[in-house]
Each structure stands twice: as structure tokens, then as C-alpha cells.
Design a protein around this ligand. Structure first.
Ligand code: NAI
Length: 347
């Protein structure tokens, strides 16, 4: 992957305002940050929004995450207070108004592949947990209920895995599934040449033949609601569906209808359409206003986690390091092409 040279650049110190800070973010960024003394970071618990964007006055850069609002109005505000660089400490950027940021002369940098294995291992953890009813077994035994009724799963060995999107995370998931002795079908707009043990097929064939379907493509115009009534109908009965990619790859209302029609053996979701207000927040005293999330949580064969696929020590360290490296590269003018979202702007 090439680098992009920037015309106007300087080596001055960079001050970053860090939004939506959680304890694990701060610990990891402070540890890795010892190696980057010219970068100063101030941490805010509040997430980026129209109201909090103005706090970035005096900072050259802000650091945001998957559920931050980096939409049109926030970009306007950030540009107004002089922010020149948005550091996404994640791979996805579907929450960023890239075009407007570029128009305002703001550069957006991201962390494209911090630990594909972290996410793929979580995808397999969800598949295994929902398949072997680990969530139910755990609660039952704690209640002195040692009955096995309702816990029957199926072997994954010799079953078929259907992997949609075979980039970094999808490829890691293919390797994990191969380790389980599964046959692997894949669907992607590009074939990954490393995956010679995988059979690339049409989406329809993947849907029709897979016992486990795992989503690893990004959210874009083509993939929005890829899983909907039409595609669910094409799936095998008793399929296990896992989504660790982005919530809107699945039409949740259609998924709920499919679950109610007993289409799925199990569903494991690390991401879902309504997650934005929930992600990374403790809402244990709240009454959930919307019925969709509550409905999903009510099914015995559905496990939902809160966008934690990335959450391993290795991934957090890699996110911190790449974010700091992005700042250094931005200052020195040699930025890795794949880390740039949209167009690079002169500093
Ligand atoms: P990647 O860019 O390496 O791979 C994505 C693959 O999807 C590429 O091979 C691409 O050709 C393919 N693709 C694009 N549009 C497609 C379509 N319409 N149909 C089928 N395939 C399509 O991305 P990577 O690193 O593997 O990440 C995948 C996604 O995982 C990210 O976009 C992000 O949404 C999600 N993610 C989730 C995390 C979590 O904590 N749950 C953490 C990191 C990423």
C-alpha cells in the first residue's frame, strides 16, 4: 500500500481532543502515547455531537469512534473552531460526512485493520455460543438447574460456512472456520487470492447452502439491508446468522420476522441497526424506548453483544499505535493511502 505526500506540512506538536473516552481507551492511549511525546491528548467522556464539537476550539485534531456523530452539522462546527484533522480510531467511517469534511479542508484518517482476528474470533464466539446455547447453560447452572433440555446444538465440523466479505476480517473468519473442519463458501466483489481453500460462489448459492452465515463486508449503498426478507427466504432452514460488521447490513424488521418464522437456529449480533444510543453505555436503569432492540433481546436463540468485536488488548494497542502514527504521518506529510478517508487536505 502506497503513501501520499502532502505539500504543506509542519512538524509542530499536535493537540488532540479525544471524544467518548472509556477507561480501556485511556489506559491504552496513555501507555502507547509515552512513545509519542510531541502529541498531547485531552480526554472527554462525552461523545462528539453538535453540542460538544465546539469544545474542540484550540485543538488541531479530534479523535472519534464508531458511534460518534461526525455528520454534516458536526463537521460545520469542527471547521468553525479550527479543527483540521479527524482521527477515527476504527476501520469503518459510515458515520462521517466525508464529502463535507473534505470541502471544509478537514483530513480524515482511520485505522483500517488493527486486529482482524479480534473481530473474527468474536464472530466465531457468537456462532458457538448461540449454537451450543452457552448463554442459557450459563444461567441455568447458576440457578442449580442442571437439566440439558433445550441446549442441543449441532456440530460445525463438516458443515458449510458462508462468509460474506473476504477482506481482512472475513479472511480471518475463513481461517477459523477451516480450523473447525468446515467447508467454506465465500461471496465478495473481489476474490482474496490468499484464500485458496475457499470456494467463491454467487450470493444466492452461499445463502442456499450455508449452515453458518457470517457478515464481514462494509456498509455501503450496495450492502445496505443485504439481509432482508428476500435473502432470508433463500437461506437454509435452521441457519446460524452472525453479524459483527455493521447493523444496517440487516433489515432488522425482516430479521425479526424470520426469527418468528423459526428460520434461524441462532442469531449472533455484535452490531444492530438501533445500536447508536446503546453502544458502550450502561443503560441498566433505562426503559428502552424502541421496540426493535427489546424484541431482538427477547428471543431465546439470539445473542446480542454491544459492538465489542474489536475489544482485545492486542486490538486496543494497535488502534492506539496506528492513531498516533497517523498523526505523525500527517505532520510529516507521508500518510498511508489506505488510512485516508476521502481526500487528503494540506495541513
Ligand atoms: P476490508 O476492507 O478488509 O474487507 C471488506 C471486504 O468486503 C472487501 O473484500 C470488499 O471487497 C468486500 N465488500 C465490499 N462491499 C461488498 C458487498 N456489497 N458485498 C460483498 N462484499 C463486499 O474490511 P475489514 O477490515 O475486513 O472490515 C469489515 C467490516 O468489519 C468493516 O467495514 C466494519 O464495518 C466491521 N468492523 C467491525 C468491528 C467490530 O468491533 N464489530 C471492528 C472492525 C470492523
Amino acid at each position: 500500500m502506497g503513501t501520499i505526500a502532502l505539500d504543506k506540512c509542519g512538524g509542530d506538536d499536535v493537540r488532540i481532543l479525544f471524544y467518548d473516552t472509556k477507561r480501556y481507551d485511556r489506559e491504552s492511549f496513555e501507555e502507547v502515547g509515552k512513545e509519542y511525546p510531541s502529541i498531547e491528548v485531552d480526554y472527554l467522556e462525552a461523545d462528539l455531537s453538535v453540542q460538544t464539537a465546539r469544545l474542540a476550539r484550540g485543538y488541531e485534531a479530534v479523535c472519534a469512534f464508531v458511534s460518534s456523530d461526525v455528520g454534516t452539522a458536526v463537521i460545520e462546527e469542527l471547521a468553525q473552531v479550527g479543527v483540521r484533522l479527524i482521527l477515527m480510531r476504527c476501520a469503518g467511517f459510515n458515520n462521517v460526512d466525508v464529502e463535507n469534511a473534505n470541502k471544509k479542508g478537514i483530513t480524515i484518517l482511520r485505522v483500517p485493520g488493527y486486529s482482524p482476528e479480534a473481530v473474527a474470533e468474536h464472530a466465531m464466539a457468537l456462532a458457538l455460543a448461540v449454537n451450543r446455547r452457552i448463554h442459557k447453560g450459563y444461567i441455568k447452572v447458576r440457578e442449580n438447574n442442571f437439566s440439558l433440555v433445550g441446549l442441543t446444538g449441532m456440530n460445525l465440523y463438516k458443515k458449510t460456512a458462508g462468509i460474506i466479505g473476504t477482506g481482512k476480517i472475513g479472511a480471518a473468519m475463513c481461517r477459523i472456520c477451516a480450523g473447525f473442519g468446515m467447508k467454506i463458501l465465500a461471496y465478495d466483489i473481489y476474490k482474496n487470492p490468499e484464500l485458496d481453500f475457499v470456494e467463491y460462489v454467487s450470493l444466492d448459492r452461499l445463502l442456499a447452502e450455508s449452515d453458518l452465515i457470517s457478515l464481514h463486508c462494509p456498509l455501503n449503498d450496495e450492502s445496505y439491508h443485504l439481509i432482508c426478507n428476500d435473502t432470508i427466504e433463500k437461506m437454509k432452514d435452521n441457519v446460524i446468522l452472525v453479524n459483527t460488521s455493521r447493523g444496517a447490513l440487516i433489515n432488522t424488521a425482516d430479521l425479526i420476522a424470520g426469527i418468528r418464522n423459526r428460520k434461524f437456529f441462532g442469531v449472533g449480533l455484535d452490531v444492530y441497526e438501533e445500536e447508536t444510543n446503546n453502544v458502550f453505555e450502561n443503560r441498566e436503569d433505562d426503559i428502552l424506548e424502541t421496540s426493535v432492540t427489546a424484541r431482538l433481546l427477547s428471543f431465546p436463540n439470539v445473542i446480542v453483544t454491544s459492538h465489542q468485536g474489536f475489544l482485545t488488548e492486542e486490538a486496543l494497542a494497535a488502534i492506539s499505535r496506528t492513531t498516533y502514527d497517523n498523526v505523525v504521518a500527517y505532520s510529516s506529510g507521508n500518510i498511508k493511502e489506505e488510512n485516508v478517508v476521502g481526500k487528503l487536505q494540506a495541513r
